[in-house]
Write a protein that binds this ligand. Structure first.
Ligand code: HEM
Length: 314
């Protein structure tokens, strides 16, 4: 979905840096170049990133304009269902939330969000959205989360949250184990979470940015995973009272994916196997990006909100 807004948001001059403005207005050729599928694909893929505190080697998506980052590290065993994740994003006077989706969609798949408790701690919860209007409620299930304190910190302006997500990879959640490359999603808000002390805190729209990115999961695997996972807290976080069971029958997505099967890569065509793209041969993931070519629905209403979907282009 968010890919489709890529072109639209490039038409919003207020969102452009001088450099990209120049590119856009310097001629049709430049515009065409920007919007070619390979150009799109190259810009939103994960790249290697090593956490300085722990040495954990992630494949990380980073949006340059939003400052949002999400890194993922996986066990060498392709059948394993856990991963280590790291969310890094700016806060505005301590306010805001950031999160990831196991697919490029919001509705259906397993989501996770994190925010500051205002006292130096991070609050997080698993969510599942059933529409794009309401705060996605907190959910529980066979997945659980253990913070990695050594690489978790927050202050008024930034939040870093590193965690072991156990049992989080399941096709029923939107992304199963053993996938070489998959589209995942991200979202970032600068607005305060209501009832921020509880993991059931109420989120407002991700006004800073959101979208999908291609995660090179094959490259995210490491034989060192178990050592890194051992850094995590012993006890998983508990959900707040009232959290509902994750609805497996909803994880297939929003229904606006044009017949998507609900798999993580349902709208990626052949691109799901294009893991090599992160090393620079980006054209191979272009298959997925071409699905965004003619799409313009919703751009007018959301164009101002998803600007960061193209933020990683400079
Ligand atoms: C009150 C909370 C939320 C509201 C009101 C909301 C609203 C929306 C809306 C309206 C869109 C569609 C925009 C468009 O296509 O033009 C969207 C997309 C998206 N949202 Fe949210 N959202 C919320 C929370 C979340 C959370 C918690 C996550 C992830 C942790 C998330 C991830 C995404 C992603 C990845 C997309 C792009 C793919 C898609 O359209 O499904 N959202 N959201």
């Amino acid at each position: 979905m968010a890919r489709f807004k890529f072109a639209a948001s490039h038409n919003n001059p207020s969102r452009q840096t001088p450099t990209s403005l120049f590119r856009i207005f310097s001629g049709a050729a430049a515009v065409a170049l920007l919007l070619t599928p390979s150009a799109l694909a190259q810009k939103k893929v994960t790249a290697p990133f090593v956490d300085q505190e722990t040495g954990i080697a992630f494949q990380r998506f980073f949006g340059a304009a939003s400052g949002f980052g999400f890194g993922i590290a996986l066990p060498a065993d392709a059948a394993a269902t856990s991963f280590i994740g790291q969310l890094t994003f700016p806060l505005v006077k301590g306010a805001g939330w950031g999160g990831w989706s196991l697919t490029g969609d919001m509705e259906g798949p397993l989501l996770m969000v994190a925010w500051s408790d205002g006292k130096g701690g991070v609050v997080s919860s698993f969510r599942q959205a059933f529409n794009e209007d309401d705060n996605p409620p907190e959910v529980t299930g066979t997945f659980s989360l253990k913070p990695i304190a050594a690489a978790t910190a927050t202050n008024n302006t930034f939040l870093t949250y590193t965690f072991l997500c156990e049992g989080c990879l399941d096709a029923g959640f939107g992304l199963g184990p053993g996938v070489a490359s998959a589209e995942m999603g991200w979202a970032l808000a600068s607005t305060a979470v209501r009832n921020a002390a509880t993991s059931a805190g109420v989120l407002a729209f991700h006004n800073t940015g959101f979208g999908g990115f291609q995660a090179d999961l094959a490259a995210a695997r490491s034989a060192e995973f178990d050592a890194w996972a051992a850094l995590a807290d012993a006890t998983p976080l508990a959900a707040a009272a009232g959290a509902a069971e994750f609805a497996l029958d909803q994880a297939g997505g929003s229904g606006d994916e044009g017949g998507g099967s609900g798999e993580d890569s349902d709208d990626e065509g052949g691109a799901a196997t294009g893991g090599g793209a992160t090393t620079g041969g980006g054209a191979t993931t272009g298959g997925g990006a071409t699905t965004g070519g003619g799409k313009n629905s919703g751009g007018a209403t959301a164009g101002g909100n998803d600007s960061d979907d193209d933020s990683d282009d400079d």
